[in-house]
Structures are given as C-alpha cells and as structure tokens.
Design a binder for this molecule. Structure first.
Ligand code: 26V
Length: 814
C-alpha cells in the first residue's frame, strides 16, 4: 500500500477519484458535503499507508504502549489539523482551486466531534497529538458518543440545550470495525466453583450483555509520518439477546432491549451537578474500560504472550476517576479468566495503572453506591472489597488500630450511604498518582489525601498540563506563527522552548509593530466570524478581554460581571468620564451543565447586562459585552489568537490547572489572574511585570474561612461593590423585575462559597492597572511578546516527556 503522490496533480487525481468512487458523483454534480467528504478521504489516503505500517510494527515489536483511558476527547475539527500534520495544506489549496473549489468553505462544513465537556477532554486530545508527534506508541481509548456536548442557544438570554447530532452526515474520519467487537457483561451474580485442578474459584454470570464496536480514528504526528490510533467504542445490542426475545414473539420488547443497550453510548454526560443515581454513567464507564482492556490483550499482545510481563507491554493511564473501574476489571480478567493467583494478579495490576487527578472539589470526586455497584457489577464489588481488606490490613500494620484513620482511608465510605470512593481505589492501585499543576499537586498531597501520601511515599507527583502548539498556535494563529518562524526558524513547532529566542525581539520596535499588526488582524478575523455567526462586532481599537471556560461558580464569571457592572455604573452615574475608560470588548464563552441552576442564572445575567450596556448611549460604544453561544474548540481557535487580556480568576485553590490560561499566554494575551492552578507557573515564567495578579492566595482563603467569612461585611464596606450589587438587585437588567436575579444576589450576599466579594476590591484595583497599562500600547505589546517567548514550557510535548520519564517509562520512539 503506497500513498498517492504528494503533488498538486496527484492530489487532484485522488480527490476526483474519491468524488467518483466514494460519493458516486462527478465534480459538477457534487454537493458541498460531497466535496468535503471527498477531500477528507483524500487526506486520509495519504495517511493510511503509514497508519497500517505503524500498527503492524507495534504488534511485532510489542513495544510498551500507553493506553490512555479517557471518557472524553474534545478533538475539534480534524481536516485542517490532518492537512497540517501531513504538510499538505498548500498542495490541497492549490489542487482544490484547480477544481474550482475553495478549501476554506469546505473546512467550515466540518462539525467538530465535541466528545468532551471542557479542559479534561481537551487535554486528552492535546496529549494524543503530542504522543503521535513524539512517535510514542499510544492508543487512546474512549466512547464514541452519538451525541457530544450539547449545542447551546440563548432564548431571551437564557441557555437552552440542543442535541449535538455530529454524526448526522456521517464522519469521514472514522473506521468502524464490527469484526473486532467485544462483548460486555452487566448485572447477574457471582458463583464459586472448583476448577480442574481442584482449586476453588469465583466467576461472574452476567444477566445481560452489550456489544462494543470499535471505531478507529487516525492521530497523525506533525511532519513525522507517524500515525497513532484513537479507538472509540460504540454500544450495540447483541444478536443473541435480541433473537431470544424476538423468537419468543415479543417484537416490541426486542426493540426496547436494543434501545436500552444502545443507550450506553448515546450521549456524553454534561458533568451534571447530580452525579449520584446516574446508573447509565457507571454503565458507560465499565463499558468502555472493559472493552479497552480486552481489546489490548486480544489484539495488541502476541498470541500466547505471558501475562506476567504485561507491565512491560502496557501502562493504562486513568484520566480522572471515570475509568477507574478498570482496576477491578483487570483483576477479574487475570484471576477469573486467566487463572492467576490473586497475589500475582495484584502485583501486575499495581504496575499497569497510573492515575491523574483533575480536581480538588469534593463534589466532583466520584463515588458509587455499593447498592448500584453490587447490582451492576457484582464481581467487581467483591474484588474491590478484597482490595480494600488487604489495603486496610496493611494500614493497620503500619499505623496500628487507629479507627479514625482506617475509616478515613477506607475505599468504602459509610456515610451518607455505603459507597465506593473511586479516587481512593485509583490511589491504592496506581504506580503513580499525579496532579495537573504544582499548586494542585501540593494541595492534593497535603489537604486531600495526606494519609495516602504518608502511606505511599513517592507515589504522588506533579505533572503540569500543557497544550498542543500545533493546533493552538501553528494552526489557530497562522500569522503569528509566520512571524515567529521568520524570526527564529520553524523548529519551535515541535520544540516549544525555542520560543525563548523571541525574547530579544521584544525590544525590537519593528518586531513589536509587526506583532501588534498580527493581533489587530486576528481581532478583525474574529469579528468577521462573529458577525457571520451571531451578528456581533468587535469594536475597532478595543481591548479584547476574554473569559471562556465552563460556567462554574468556582471559576467566578460573577466576579468578571461585577467588574463590568461597576465600570458601567461609574459611567452612567457620572463619577467617571466615559473618555477615561479604555474601550473594551468583554467576550464570554461558557456552557452550564443543564441541571446546574445557579450557573444558568449567571448566564442569563451576563446576557442581560450585555443587552443593557451595549444599548446605552451614555457608554458611547466604549464598553461592549459579547456572549456568543455554543463556545467550542472551533470558536476557541478564533478567540484565542485575538485576545488581549485573559481572565483566569478562580478562587485560589479551586482550579486544578486550567489550560485556556496557557493557550492565551502562548498567543500573546496578558493574564489577569489569581494565584491558582497553572497561573502560578505562568506568572513565575513570564515575570510579575507581565502578569496582573490579584486576590487572596490559598492560605489566605483558608484563613478567612477559618475566621468565619461574612460576604455581607465586604458588601457593607465597599461603595462600588454595594452600588453594583444594588444595581443588579434593582431590576435594571431585568426590565424592572427585581425577582429575576434575586437568587444570584442573595447567593453572593449570604452564601458566597467562592468568595467573590472578598476578592472584589483587589480585582477592581488590578483592572485599573490593566487600563493604565493598555494605554501604553507599545509597552503592552512588549509584555505580550515576552508572554509568548516564555511560555514554551506549556507545550503538551513537555507534559508527555514528564509522563514518560517519571511514570510510563516507555520508549521515546519505536
Ligand atoms: C466536575 C464536576 C461535577 C460535579 C459538579 C462540580 C464539578 C466540578 C468540576 C468537575 C470537573 C472535574 C474534572 C475536570 O474537568 N477537571 C479539569 O481538568 C483540566 C485538565 O487537567 C484542568 O485544567 C482544570 O483546571 C480542571 O477543572
């Protein structure tokens, strides 16, 4: 199998052939979708030969493989990324032009696979990009949700959710493999039996089964010819199950059973505020994890391979607790199916897993009730109990019968109901446990799991997150990329620390001017996109102040909004002359989980403030609030390169890392942020003078809680704050109806869990410094260039190198 010729003629021929043979149309009779699909197939054709070769080689060499287990992959569009990786962009553009086709138009037809909620899913996508680019053997395993993250629309400023039918026209990037399906059991009971050698063993007798059908996606490395695999599982009813019911004459029941089975991969959970009682979610988790482990053992390991050497062949990286049911699953496979002793199996299992924790919020740490676990996965519950018994016995041996400690460390919680703590299970089983930024890892060890840190010295480490420079700089910001390459050559795309070489250019007036022009052009591009998409306009000459991320109270979109309301109130009341405020466009992007009522109210309030401020002539167009709906990876690729100011304003100690913060800094936005997550490391690298720091640090947060935090004291003590909150309460943003935003106001005044009011003054004062700094545009540009030059550390290639060196110990290239 050879790839088509990488020439314009070769590309044209392949494209026309795909139109004819795969779409059954001629160029003249083709629809835009026909042309998009034929183009995608053409790009695929250049990758397939290498892909087959890489997979064959991997099976032959049995090189240690990173199996990344993640319930989410927020991939973004594939076409341009794959053109970039294969270095075919110029050829494709020219080839299509010869056919009278505009590449950019086809690009906009692609519906992005939004198979993730936010940072965690996007991180997984960045990581597999880096692994392919670094030629590291990797399979990403996950779920092929039929519906990804919901499509957000606004109805009178309120969020409404539409299903994301990303597969409505099919996806040209996927390869279904029904012949490689796995059968996954659920429910039933366990029984013991005596095997041929007279040993008493356990086995699981599930009472229903689902077929897991894998779909492969290519993950091309950048300019290295490498193609790794992302393997996502889709649920199908098993034939046997259907047939049995069908033969009994109950057609309706057969259809119902099929629907039930296929529901498992139907929809991505939008990280609901009520994780309990989500039986389907546990089904999803077990479904993809069980299929992935079986798949690796069946298809990657040589026939008859000695399972005792499994730790030399694979490391399963657990992306948060969602895939942690893999731990008892591997034990079940090794003990019940492969006949190993418990101790031998545990010895292997302990070496095959590593766990990444992505949050500290107690409400986000997964637990499953023992009742549910026992009903859905009875054998796994038995295995978890035994793991726990042996672990607690070891704890007693070390620390004595300290019942308090035993209760605190038990994988099984007793209150408020008996349940399995998945983070504890992961910690007990994993060779390494990592947090995702220095501060987060430190808090994880010291505050969340201190007993475990003491018991397992050396197990807890930090690996700071990163983002792929291919998608988030090279692809999203072609003009800045060209400017950088012109200055320092193109090596930075795969060696981001080389951006350091830009530092001297910060003092070069010509470079600064070119840099500022790129930023201005990026704002115009964004404005074009928003005009076409939502009828919005980014004000000419405005500072673009951006806060894009999931809507969560801890991230404090409310604090940003209070700043806007304060500025507005100061203008309309005449205390501040409108000419004295820097013209700013505030841009929000955020989805709220459909069940998260307060988050949805905040979205409503942002839109309401926006309509009033944008329409008020007294503001003279100098303040503008834009909230384009349905923020996603595709829009991020437009917003990130255009931003001047990046808002990273979570309460210290709450944001595990953030990755948007890295994308913005890397594209030359300055950050206003708290000492939280990876902000800490960004500030250390770019320097205090190029970063707007405000707010309490984590120890101060703790201290204020301990003293007793009373938000109303802050309200009483600060006139600006009082006027702003009063303005919201007065009904100014709700046509005089004071009831609409009353819950938001009382939440702030009486139950401000994330200390918005405590950090308000410091935030407002720092924003004044932002205004002053922006007035000196040339100095601002200098800081922006230094941000770019000093953020090479935040490449996901560096994150992957850290995982390889300190956790996986996999070969760097095959
Ligand atoms: C889930 C839930 C569900 C229940 C309601 C509250 C809540 C809050 C947060 C979460 C998400 C937890 C996992 C997660 O997405 N963490 C994110 O991971 C990113 C990649 O490491 C990191 O940059 C973000 O800081 C972190 O929030």
């Amino acid at each position: 199998m050879t790839a088509p010729a990488a020439t314009v003629d070769g590309f044209v021929a392949e494209f026309l052939q795909n139109l004819n043979l795969e779409r059954g149309v001629t160029l003249t009779a083709s629809s835009p979708n026909d042309r998009y699909v034929a183009l995608a197939y053409t790009v695929r054709d250049y990758l397939i030969a290498r892909w087959l070769e890489d997979r064959r080689h991997l099976r032959e060499t049995q090189a240690k493989t990173v199996c990344y287990l993640s319930a989410e992959y927020l991939l973004g569009r594939q076409l341009q990324n794959n053109l970039l990786a294969t270095d075919l962009t110029a050829i494709a553009t020219e080839a299509l032009a010869q056919c009278g086709v505009d590449l950019d138009e086809l690009r906009d037809l692609e519906v992005e696979p939004g198979l993730g909620n936010g940072g965690l899913g996007r991180l997984a996508a960045c990581f597999i990009d880096s692994l392919a680019t670094m030629s590291v053997p990797n399979i990403g395993y996950g779920i092929r949700y039929e519906y990804g993250i919901f499509r957000q629309t606004f109805d009178d400023g309120q969020q409404s959710e539409q299903p994301d039918a990303w597969l409505a026209l099919g996806s040209p990037w996927e390869f279904p493999h029904p012949e490689a399906a796995q059968t996954i059991g659920f429910g039933g009971r366990t029984e013991s039996y005596v095997d041929d050698e007279g040993v008493t063993r356990a086995r699981w007798v599930p009472d229903w089964r689902v077929r897991a059908v894998p779909y492969n996606y290519m993950v091309p490395g950048y300019h290295n010819g490498r193609v790794n695999t992302l393997r996502l599982w889709s649920a199908q009813a098993t034939d046997a199950f259907d047939l049995r019911i069908f033969n009994s004459g109950d057609y309706e029941e057969a259809v119902r059973a099929q629907t039930y089975a296929e529901n498992i991969s139907k929809v991505l959970y939008p990280e609901d505020s009520t994780p309990q009682g989500k039986e389907l979610r546990l089904q999803q988790q077990y479904f993809f994890v069980s299929a992935s482990i079986a798949d690796f053992i069946d298809t990657q390991l040589a026939d008859g391979a000695d399972l005792a050497t499994l730790p030399d062949k694979v490391i399963f990286q657990l992306n948060d607790t969602h895939p942690v049911i893999a731990v008892p699953e591997l034990m079940r496979v090794l003990v019940d199916e492969k006949g190993m002793t418990w101790d031998a199996a545990w010895d292997i299992t302990r070496q095959c897993f590593a766990y990444t924790c992505h949050t500290l919020l107690p409400e986000a740490l997964e637990v499953w009730s023992v009742e549910l676990m026992g009903r859905l996965l009875p054998r796994h519950l038995e295995i978890i109990y035994r793991i726990n018994d042996e672990f607690l016995a070891a704890v007693r041996e070390r620390f004595g019968d300290d019942e308090m400690r035993i209760r605190d460390m038990s994988i099984i919680a007793e209150f408020p109901e008996r349940s399995v703590r998945m983070a504890y299970l992961a910690t007990v089983a994993a060779a390494k446990v990592n947090g995702v930024a220095e501060l987060h890892s430190q808090l994880l060890r010291e505050k969340v799991l201190p007993d475990f840190d003491e018991f397992f010295p050396g197990r807890f480490i930090n690996v700071t997150n990163g983002v792929t420079p291919r998608r988030f700089l090279r692809l999203a910001n072609p003009d800045l990329s060209a400017l950088i390459t012109e200055a320092i050559g193109e090596g930075w795309v795969t060696d981001l620390e080389r951006l350091r070489e830009l530092e001297p250019y910060a003092d070069d007036a010509d470079f600064r001017s070119a840099f500022a022009q790129v930023k201005a052009a990026n704002k115009r591009h964004l404005s074009d996109v928003l005009r076409a998409r939502d009828g919005f306009e980014v004000g000419e000459g405005h500072m673009l102040d951006v806060m894009v991320k999931r809507l969560h109270e801890y991230k404090r979109q409310m604090l940003k909004l209070l700043h806007i309301v304060t500025t507005y109130e100061n203008i309309v009341s005449g205390r501040v002359a409108v000419a004295d405020v820097q013209p700013r466009t505030f841009l929000f992007g955020a989805k709220a989980a459909p069940g998260y009522v307060m988050a949805k109210r905040i979205i409503h309030l942002i839109n309401a403030v926006g309509s009033v401020v944008n329409a008020d002539p007294r503001v003279e167009g100098r303040l503008q609030v834009l909230f384009p709906p349905n923020y996603n990876v595709t829009l991020a690729e437009r917003v990130v390169p255009a931003a001047d100011l990046s808002e990273q304003i979570s309460l210290a100690g709450k944001e595990a890392s953030g990755t948007g913060n890295m994308k913005f800094a890397l594209n030359g936005a300055l950050t206003i942020g708290t000492d939280d997550g990876a902000n800490v490391e960004i500030r250390e690298l770019v320097g205090d003078e190029n970063f707007f720091l405000f707010g309490m640090a984590e120890p101060e947060v703790e201290a204020l809680w301990a003293r007793g935090y009373r938000p109303s004291d802050f309200y009483a003590a600060d006139e600006d704050l009082r006027r702003s909150i009063d303005l919201i309460a007065s009904g100014t943003f709700s046509d005089g109806d004071r009831s609409v935003f009353e819950p938001v106001v009382s939440n702030l005044l009486y139950d401000d869990r994330f200390m918005v009011l405590a950090d308000y003054r410091s935030y407002i004062d720092e924003q004044a410094k932002v205004d002053t700094a922006y007035a000196d545009r040339d100095a601002w540009t200098r800081s922006a260039i230094l941000n770019v030059g000093r953020c090479g550390f935040f490449s996901s290639d560096r994150s992957m190198r850290d995982y390889i060196d300190r956790i996986w110990h996999t070969p760097l290239a095959m």
